[in-house]
Design a protein around this ligand. Structure first.
Ligand code: AMP
Ligand code: MG
Length: 486
């Protein structure tokens, strides 16, 4: 039997349980849909036949123009603080939730489209997305997944055949994205602003059941939900910092309740280690700079706490006290995750010599920052130093005496080189390589993208022939600037 749309069994739990946040809608017709990339392993995991997804019916699903029979795609309502300023109504202005699928591990996953046309939340926008930025989300989200960092996934990017007006006319595209859910801090803010505490309770219960089921067993499930989000976000941002990822637009509408990374816009990976690194053209003040990300996350979680106040206690004063105490846990969670991650990166995971290892981490951060050392290649080369050849790491420094002194102290603690290679990637989506692949793809050549994706799929496994994917951009690449997810 040829699998048809009827075989795609989408659930609509979000729309059913939270209809106040779901506006039934459909994707705008794509004049000439053409599949650019398809994530076959992910399709299989979701029970979707990759061959069927390439058919006109399959492309109809992936663009939202032909939803499966009985399916009711919705645009989701949410609010959010953008660069500190509150917008009471954002919502899916160019996106649709098709519904939920169950993956191979039995977990419900949102199937969501980005770039599918105008919705009631579009405000001044055209509802569309273009090939470059959608492929960018494809590359970086899949790289994050391969690195082991919680993230939304990319199932496919389909070029629509529509010209979309940006600074110039660009080829339009729809990204099909998969996520644990699209509940955001901004979802809670939107509901809080309605003043409907019953709806707020329903949203929190929905979030508990989908993402933090353990909270249901707690004495105070809604407080436990907040604590679980605090812990998940602290762990997530620590992973970003360890790998050198800069999200770039950590607005509260771009922070999930699940703890997955979401909404890849002007994000990028650092080369030289520098906390002040900003890539986004619109982040002139560095609000979302590399080093500010933990603080930005904590600030967003304070907004979540405010939105949840009516659920935390009967009177506001108690609720604020309870929320403040819970939010204070963020720093401890974050520091613990970052410190143990850094000890792992230098091969000193064991509890023995913890103090010495922590001091080594602090001293190392000062050294790499002072010399603007390339983050990814430095940590990877350090395992070679642990195996007896310090030269590849040493040549990245100007302060050779400082590096040598640090290395002597570090080697005395017998770092585990093989364990280091399991946590320090060789390949990350380097900015010049991402740009090269996206430029070629926008001009119709998908080969550089495919080669980049191959390297990024096994980031910890150094392979011959992929040397150019492991080194920083040449100086001629200059300072990198990114533009918001247009
Ligand atoms: P983002 O920067 O992608 O996180 O989007 C922030 C908000 O702007 C969300 O409400 C989006 O739906 C909306 N938005 C972004 N681009 C467009 C567009 N081209 N048309 C309509 N809405 C958009
Ligand atoms: Mg967003």
């Amino acid at each position: 039997m040829t699998p048809g749309t009827a075989t795609v069994a989408l659930d609509h739990r979000f729309a059913r349980e939270l209809p106040e946040l779901a506006v039934p809608w459909q994707g705008e017709e794509a004049p000439q849909p053409r599949l650019l990339v398809l994530n076959e392993p992910l399709a299989h995991d979701l029970g979707l036949d990759p061959a069927w997804l390439t058919t006109p019916e399959g492309l109809g699903l992936l663009t939202g123009t032909r939803p499966p029979e009985g399916a009711t795609p919705v645009a989701q309502a949410y609010a959010g603080h953008q660069f500190g300023g509150y917008s009471p109504q954002l919502g899916d202005g160019r996106a649709l939730l098709l519904g939920e699928l169950v993956d191979g591990s039995g977990r419900p996953r949102d199937l969501h489209l980005k770039g599918s046309g105008r919705t009631p939340f579009s405000r001044g926008g055209d509802g569309f997305a273009v090939v470059g930025p959608m492929l960018r989300e494809h590359v970086i989200s899949e790289a994050m997944h391969a690195l082991g960092i919680p993230t939304t996934r990319s199932l496919a990017v389909v070029a629509t055949g529509r010209g979309v007006r940006r600074e110039s006319v660009q080829p339009g595209a729809v990204l099909a994205r998969v996520a644990a859910s699209h509940l955001r801090v901004g979802s809670f803010q939107f509901v809080r602003a309605t003043g409907d505490d019953g709806l707020l309770r329903r949203l929190a219960d929905h979030a508990i059941s989908r993402h933090h089921p353990g909270a249901a067993e707690a004495d105070h499930p809604h407080l436990a939900l907040f604590e679980a989000v605090v812990a998940a976000q602290a762990a997530l941002v620590a992973q970003w910092m360890l790998v050198g990822f800069v999200h770039g637009v950590m607005n509260t509408d771009n922070m999930t309740i699940s703890g997955e990374t979401i909404d890849y816009g002007p994000c990028a990976f650092i080369d030289a280690f520098d906390p002040a690194t900003v890539f986004s053209s619109i982040d002139a003040d560095g609000r979302y700079s590399y080093g500010n990300q933990p603080l930005a996350a904590e600030w967003n979680l304070a907004r979540l706490a405010e939105a949840m106040l009516p659920l935390l206690a009967d009177d506001e004063e108690t609720a604020v006290a309870v929320a403040t105490e819970a939010l204070q846990e963020f720093r401890g969670h974050y520091s613990a995750a970052w410190s143990s991650g850094m000890r792992a990166k230098i091969g000193l995971s064991g509890s023995a010599g913890d103090d010495a290892a922590s001091q080594l981490v602090r001293d190392l951060v000062a050294l790499v920052q002072a010399d603007h050392v390339d983050h990814t290649s430095f940590f990877r080369s350090l395992s070679t130093a642990a195996r007896g050849d310090a030269e590849p790491a040493r040549r990245l420094f100007l302060d050779l005496a400082g590096f040598d002194a640090w290395t002597r102290r570090w080697l005395a603690l017998a770092p585990d080189a093989d364990a280091m290679d399991r946590v320090n990637p060789v390949y990350v989506p380097r900015n010049h390589l991402v740009e090269e692949a996206l430029t070629a793809a926008t001009d119709g050549d998908l080969d550089p993208l495919a080669r980049l994706m191959d390297a990024l799929a096994e980031p910890y496994d150094a392979r011959p022939g992929l040397e150019r994917y492991a080194v920083p951009a040449p100086d001629s690449f200059g300072r990198y600037q990114t533009f918001c997810g247009t």
